[in-house]
Design a protein around this ligand. Structure first.
Ligand SMILES: Cc1ncc(COP(=O)(O)O)c(C=O)c1O
Length: 415
């Protein structure tokens, strides 16, 4: 394996090599040496509702025996479509394999609906390995994201990038009416959490509608806000929604949904004789196993009851981190979005990606992650981010608070 791992992100764990997992259940991972860890990474959201939740495992096991993939719909798909429509408020849905896929398909749909080519994303975003969105704003120019392998064409041609929480700049970027779609998380989560300012998202809706631009909300991470994501929790009205990661309990599956209006503008090419080459979907997409797992996960795992357990724990986690930061008088902060908590080495929460990127401290990051790992806690690599699962306990949170405090004490010079 290249780098000794089956997927190159896995070398990003602290230390010279990752732990190798032998078992993961609920909020615990056991490695091949028999050590057990409290897992706050949860597969970087893929296992946000716990590893191998019983309901998902039972449904998937049943379906494994009844046919994995047939290129035919199963009854589960009708249930899943209705449930997603009910939760997220847009009526039409299709399945994808990953959130990356869902975002790629959403961008195609936005281009189909508007006849425009460009897309707009926000500095500091991550929406998967979508060429147009793997970008940064550097001295006012759109450039490939640092470290990314070369895109097929210069992203300055395909993409506009602006900062989050800035409506006048959005207005200006969309005024030329050449942008097909705005792809955004309602709160940014991939350069740490950045919350939208008051009325900002209403402004995004108004400007995109007025300029005929498709507003796509990527709920892949912000699903942590509640059972119907940030969209339901804050009554947003986007034209499209994409989601993935935890939707089938960790079995690869994702989805994109669209409004009635967008459906009417795109249905022609979606149901034409050429659907096989319209650029949406793939051979294994929407397979019976994925749909069985999605149904069981939506019905019995991603429930209000689960959030009612997870959100208070996230509040407690956040409080523990804030207390330690205050007690040691550090210029850091912690921020929470639903079941997700993230802390940063900067006093005030950033307003946008540029401020968040400037606050990064890779060495301090490595220190905190390695300190935790050596004491039985897994935090998400790339971030100081923790997710609560339905299996996480108050004791798990207290353990993190204690270790976080000790990691600071050990790092600071003695008085
Ligand atoms: C907001 C967001 N969208 C999409 C993706 C892509 O997900 P996947 O890697 O499962 O395709 C990610 C991955 O981290 C993400 O954070």
């Amino acid at each position: 394996m290249i780098g000794g791992v089956p997927m190159n992100w896995m070398i990003e764990w602290p230390g010279p090599f990752p732990i190798f997992a032998s078992r993961a259940k609920g909020s615990r991972i056991t490695d091949i040496d028999g050590r057990t860890y409290v897992d706050f990474c949860l597969g970087d959201t893929g296992a946000m509702f716990g590893h191998s939740p019983n309901a998902t495992v039972q449904a998937a096991t049943r379906q494994l025996r009844r046919g994995i993939t047939t290129m035919l719909p199963t009854e589960d798909s009708a249930w899943v479509g209705e449930e997603l429509a009910h939760r997220f408020g847009v009526p039409y849905w299709q399945i994808a394999m990953t959130a990356t896929d869902a975002n790629r398909f959403a961008l195609r749909m936005a281009r189909e609906a508007t006849g425009r080519r460009k897309i707009l994303v926000f500095n500091g975003c991550y929406h998967g390995t979508v060429d147009e969105a793997l970008v940064r704003l550097m001295n006012g120019k759109v450039v490939p994201r640092e470290g990314s392998m070369p895109p097929p064409i210069d992203p300055d041609i395909t993409t506009k990038v602006i900062e989050f929480n800035d409506l006048p700049v959005l207005e200006q970027a969309l005024a030329s009416r050449d942008v097909a779609g705005v792809l955004k998380e309602p709160a940014m989560t991939n350069c740490g959490i950045i919350l939208p300012e008051q009325d900002y998202l209403d402004g995004v809706r108004e400007i995109t509608r007025r300029t005929g631009t498709v507003w796509i909300i990527d709920e892949t991470h912000t699903w942590c806000a509640g059972p119907g994501g940030y969209t339901q929790a804050y009554r947003l009205k986007p034209d499209m929604i994409t989601l993935g990661k935890p939707v089938a309990g960790g079995i690869p599956a994702a989805a994109f949904g669209l409004s009635q209006e967008l459906y009417e503008k795109t249905i022609g090419n979606m149901l034409a004789e050429t659907t096989g080459v319209n650029g949406l979907g793939g051979t294994l997409t929407g397979n019976a196993l994925a749909l069985a797992a999605m149904r069981a996960t939506l019905e019995r795992v991603i429930t209000l009851r689960a959030y009612n357990h997870m959100i208070p724990l996230a509040k407690k986690f956040n409080q523990g981190v804030e207390d330690a930061i205050r007690d040691h008088d550090l210029p850091w902060h912690s921020v929470r979005l639903g079941t997700r908590v993230e802390y940063r080495f900067r006093g005030r929460p950033p307003r946008n990606g540029a401020e968040a990127i400037a606050a990064k401290d890779p060495l301090l990051n490595k220190y905190v992650h390695l300190y935790d790992l050596n004491r039985g806690i897994l935090l998400t690599p790339f971030h100081n981010m923790a997710l609560m699962s339905p299996y996480t306990t108050r004791n798990d949170v207290d353990l993190h608070t204690k270790i976080f405090d000790e990691s600071i004490q050990e790092m600071l010079p003695p008085n």
